[in-house]
Design a protein around this ligand. Sequence first.
Ligand SMILES: Cc1cc2nc3c(=O)[nH]c(=O)nc-3n(C[C@H](O)[C@H](O)[C@H](O)COP(=O)(O)OP(=O)(O)OC[C@H]3O[C@@H](n4cnc5c(N)ncnc54)[C@H](O)[C@@H]3O)c2cc1C
Length: 391
Amino acid sequence: MTRKEFLKVASVLGIQLSAFPTFSGHLSKAGHCNSSDQVIIIGAGAAGLSAGYLLDQQDIDFRILEATSGYGGRMKKTDNFTDFPIPLGAEWLTVNTSIFDEIVNDQAVSVNVDTIGYNQNDDYGLWENGKLLLSDLGSFNYRKFVGGTWFDFFNEYIVPPISKNIVYDSAVHAVDYAGRKVVVKTEDEEYTADKIIVTVPLKMIQNGAVDFTPPLPKSKLRAISNAVVWDGIKVFLEFSERFYPAYTDFTITPETAGQVSYFDAAYGQATNKKILGLFAVGEPAKNYTSLSNDDLKSYILEELDEIFSNQATPNYIDHIVQNWSEEPYIKGAYLNDHEDWRIVRTLFKPVADKIYFAGEAYTSGDDWGSVHTAVQAARETVDKITNRANN
Ligand SMILES: Cc1cc2nc3c(=O)[nH]c(=O)nc-3n(C[C@H](O)[C@H](O)[C@H](O)COP(=O)(O)OP(=O)(O)OC[C@H]3O[C@@H](n4cnc5c(N)ncnc54)[C@H](O)[C@@H]3O)c2cc1C
């Protein structure tokens, strides 16, 4: 950024001129520049990457500190299990495909993402009281990515312009906002910024992974401790035959406790492989997350044999497990679907006009728990930081 450009941005951000150091933009962990940033983003998942991307579009200096050695967070995927990418976290698109253009936010970019919706007459199962009730799927607005995932979308459209700003293996453990600048500490480094955006998963904050000085306001602390983050796991199994419907739900009592579904993970993909996914969140997920890998395999095969007349064990080939409750820097699935919206809104609220929150659990309270809502929260946060929001 030139000095002239900075003057423009500084007036928007309310930054004092003497506070602006030179910024080389060289951000590898070894030998990163020690200058102060305008904005530091903690976490390189959907929210952190989107916030960085939007700041970059406005030529505002920022850096992203990410605890792990890669970006994406809960959009994690693997290309190594079968012949199409497997989404280990976020899988479905639950809003209109126009969301891709909205996220890219640049009319000059033509966005091309292949997705497929379900058909009303796809087969659907409901596992209830030990019986499988089969019917048509009916109206179901979820879409699956074809030959790609949420991660791939971010990888292609959002990450390239900002990849140089991400510092990996940098878990933030302390934030000090007592002074004019915010001081952000990792094990090896100290960074300063005018404002920071915290996108660290709520369960990590609940576990005390980041120490705030001064302590966060009481209302924020109450919301943090009262919010319920669901446990969660995904398992993908390869079989030699497809003996299962496009989607099978379990009846969960009470309904608000969580969700368990088995689904045809190969639905709409260019493949002959038979891949079944398990998605479990909330209380019922604990039946799976508490088991060792071997016990989990036996448990699932037994469960599937019971539901699908002993067709699972003889057709089993392989499986992979992503236990989100054990993922070191995530420690859960996402904020429960039935959370009080006022808690969500309080989680989102900035502190001292310096500490901003955005992400899956930190939204305006209208909706949460998905990629597009994490992105929307990032957008609103960047708007607030640049003073463009109306509220
Ligand atoms: C099993 C499962 C299924 C899902 N299915 C869907 C779906 O189908 N569709 C959908 O839209 N959404 C789905 N979601 C939700 C979606 O994945 C999340 O809402 C979204 O990806 C969260 O993005 P985020 O940026 O808020 O958080 P994250 O993706 O968790 O990013 C936070 C980042 O912060 C990093 N971090 C943690 N601690 C620190 C620290 N101290 N310092 C620095 N960095 C740190 C983490 O490593 C991570 O990269 C699913 C989630 C799960 C778990």
